[in-house]
Design a protein. Structure first.
Lengths: 68, 408
C-alpha cells in the first residue's frame, strides 16, 4: 500500500508549524526577559523562522509539485 | 542621522522620528498629514505620466467575444481552472470576462506580442490565439495555447498526450512579452522614475527629504543600517547596497501589484524568483574573499593535523559545496511558495462565494478574503525583507575576512 503524498505534505506542515511556533514562543520569552533587546531578538527570530519555512516549502514543493 | 538602535521595534516603525516628520507641517507647527497635493511637482508629473501610460494602454483594450465552451464543466472544476489560470503567466493582459446573455464571453483587456524562436523569429499578436481557443497560423506553422504554454500543432490544433496526460507536442522557444514581463517593465519604470526623482530632490535640497522621500528615506536607511551594515560590516557594505535596495523594492512593488485587481502573479512565478536567486548566487560567489573559499574547502583550518581532517572532509566538503547551492535555492522556493500560497488562499476564499449557494456565502467569503488580503500586505513586505536580509547575510559570509589564528 502506498501512502498518498498529501499525507507527507500534512506531516511537513505539522513539523513546520511546531518549529515556527516554538521560535515565536521563545522569542516572546526572550523579549519579556530583555525588552531592550527587542529589535535584535525579532531579527534573529524572523531569520530562523524564514529558514524553517524555506525548508518546509521546499519539502511541500517536492511532495506536491514534482512528478515521480 | 535619525538612528537609535535600541528603539528599533519592527522594520521602519523604529524610525518614529522620521515618520513624525510626515505629519508635521513645518510652517505653523500643526500636525497634519501630507497629501498628494503637497508633493513636489516633478513627482506629480511623473505620477501622472505613469497613470497616463496605464490609461492609454486600457484605451487600446479590445473587447473580444468568444464562444463559451465551459457549459459542460461543473462549478468546482471551473473554479480550480480559474485559480490555475490566474496563477500562471498569460500571453494576454485580460482583466476580466463577462458572460453575455447569448452565452458568449466578452474578454476585457488587450493582447500582447508573442515572440517565438522556431527556425527563425516569429512575432505576432496574442489576439490570434483568441484566449487559447483558436490555433494561430504564422508562416505556415500552427501554434496553440495549452495551459498557458505555446505548443506547435497542426491546422486542427491536435495536442498529443503521454500516459500522465502531459502534452508531448514540440514547444518552440518562447520569448514573449507576457503579462508578467509587462508588469516587470512597469515596475522597473516606476522604480527608475521614483528613485531618480528622489536622488535629484536630495541633490537639490541637501539632506532634507521631500514628498515621497519622507516615506522612502526611513526604509532605505533601515536597509542600509540594519540589513547591510549589520550583516556585511562597515567596510564592505557599500558595494552590495545597490543590489539590496533594488531587490527589496522590486520584490515589494511586485508583491503589492499582485494584490491589486490587475491579477498579476509575478513573484509567484518560479522563473522570476530563479532569476533573482541566480543574481544573489553569482554576487555571493564572485565577490567571495580568500577566507570564504578557504572556509569552504578547509573548514577546520589549523586546528587539526591533515590525517585527522581527511576522514572528516570526505563528509564536510560535499556538504559545504551543496550549501552554496542550497542557500539560493531556499531563497527562490521561499519567495515563490509564499506568494503562490497567498494567491491560492485568496482566490479559493473568493471561490467560496460560488460554492455556497446561499446568502451566507458572499459575506463569509468577503470577510475571509479581506482578512487574508490584509495579512498578504504584511507578507508582501515581509518576503521582500527576508529576501534582502538573507541575501545580505550570504554576502556577509562571502566577504568576511577574519584572523584564522583566533578560534571561531
Amino acid at each position: 500500500m502506498t501512502i498518498p503524498r498529501i499525507v507527507g505534505a500534512g506531516l511537513i506542515v505539522i513539523g513546520v508549524g511546531v518549529g515556527i511556533g516554538k521560535i515565536g514562543g521563545q522569542a516572546m520569552e526572550a523579549i519579556a526577559r530583555q525588552p531592550e533587546a527587542y529589535g535584535k531578538i525579532q531579527t534573529a527570530m524572523l531569520i530562523a523562522a524564514a529558514l524553517i519555512e524555506g525548508i518546509g516549502f521546499a519539502a511541500l514543493f517536492a511532495t506536491t509539485e514534482l512528478d515521480g | 542621522m535619525l538612528k537609535n538602535k535600541s528603539q528599533n521595534a519592527f522594520f521602519f516603525l523604529g524610525y518614529y522620528r522620521t515618520f513624525a516628520a510626515i505629519f508635521r507641517e513645518p510652517k505653523n507647527g500643526v500636525l497634519r498629514p501630507i497629501f498628494l497635493s503637497d508633493m513636489r511637482k516633478p513627482f506629480l508629473s511623473q505620477f501622472l505620466f505613469v497613470a497616463a501610460l496605464f490609461l492609454s494602454m486600457s484605451a487600446f483594450a479590445i473587447a473580444e467575444e468568444s464562444k463559451d465552451d465551459e457549459g459542460g464543466k461543473d462549478l468546482k472544476t471551473e473554479i480550480t481552472d480559474y485559480i490555475d489560470h490566474h496563477l500562471k503567466d498569460s500571453h494576454d493582459f485580460s482583466l476580466f470576462s463577462i458572460k453575455q446573455d447569448d452565452g458568449t464571453k466578452k474578454h476585457i483587456g488587450f493582447p500582447l506580442p508573442v515572440i517565438l524562436w522556431d527556425d527563425g523569429l516569429k512575432v505576432f499578436s496574442s489576439s490570434k490565439f483568441h484566449h487559447g481557443e483558436a490555433v494561430a497560423e504564422v508562416d505556415g506553422n500552427h501554434y496553440k495555447l495549452y495551459h498557458s504554454k505555446i505548443y506547435k500543432t497542426d491546422a486542427a490544433g491536435t495536442i498529443n498526450y503521454d500516459e500522465k496526460h502531459h502534452a508531448t507536442n514540440a514547444k518552440p522557444l518562447d520569448f514573449s512579452i507576457t503579462k508578467g514581463v509587462v508588469m516587470i517593465f512597469i515596475t522597473g519604470l516606476l522604480m527608475f522614475l521614483l528613485f531618480r526623482g528622489l536622488a535629484k530632490s536630495y541633490a537639490k535640497n541637501g539632506s532634507i527629504p521631500k514628498g515621497v522621500g519622507r516615506f522612502f528615506e526611513p526604509i532605505v536607511l533601515y536597509i542600509r543600517d540594519d540589513i547591510a551594515i549589520a550583516n556585511i560590516g562597515e567596510k564592505r557594505y557599500k558595494k552590495y547596497m545597490p543590489f539590496l535596495l533594488t531587490v527589496f523594492f522590486f520584490i515589494w512593488f511586485l508583491n503589492m501589484f499582485g494584490l491589486t485587481p490587475l491579477g498579476v502573479n509575478v513573484t509567484g512565478n518560479i522563473s522570476v524568483t530563479v532569476a533573482l536567486a541566480i543574481v544573489t548566487f553569482l554576487l555571493t560567489n564572485l565577490t567571495g574573499t580568500k577566507d570564504y573559499w578557504k572556509h569552504l574547502f578547509d573548514p577546520l583550518g589549523d586546528s587539526m593535523p591533515w590525517f585527522g581532517k581527511l576522514p572528516l572532509y570526505v563528509i564536510l566538503i560535499p556538504i559545504e559545496i551543496l550549501g552554496i547551492f542550497i542557500k539560493p535555492f531556499s531563497l527562490l522556493i521561499r519567495l515563490y511558495a509564499n506568494m503562490q500560497a497567498g494567491h491560492i488562499v485568496v482566490m479559493s476564499l473568493i471561490g467560496l462565494m460560488f460554492i455556497f449557494k446561499s446568502w451566507i456565502g458572499s459575506p463569509l467569503s468577503f470577510g475571509l478574503a479581506f482578512a487574508i488580503s490584509l495579512i498578504e500586505i504584511l507578507v508582501a513586505l515581509l518576503q521582500a525583507y527576508i529576501f534582502t536580509m538573507l541575501s545580505a547575510l550570504y554576502f556577509g559570509f562571502a566577504s568576511e575576512e577574519h584572523d584564522h589564528a583566533e578560534a571561531h
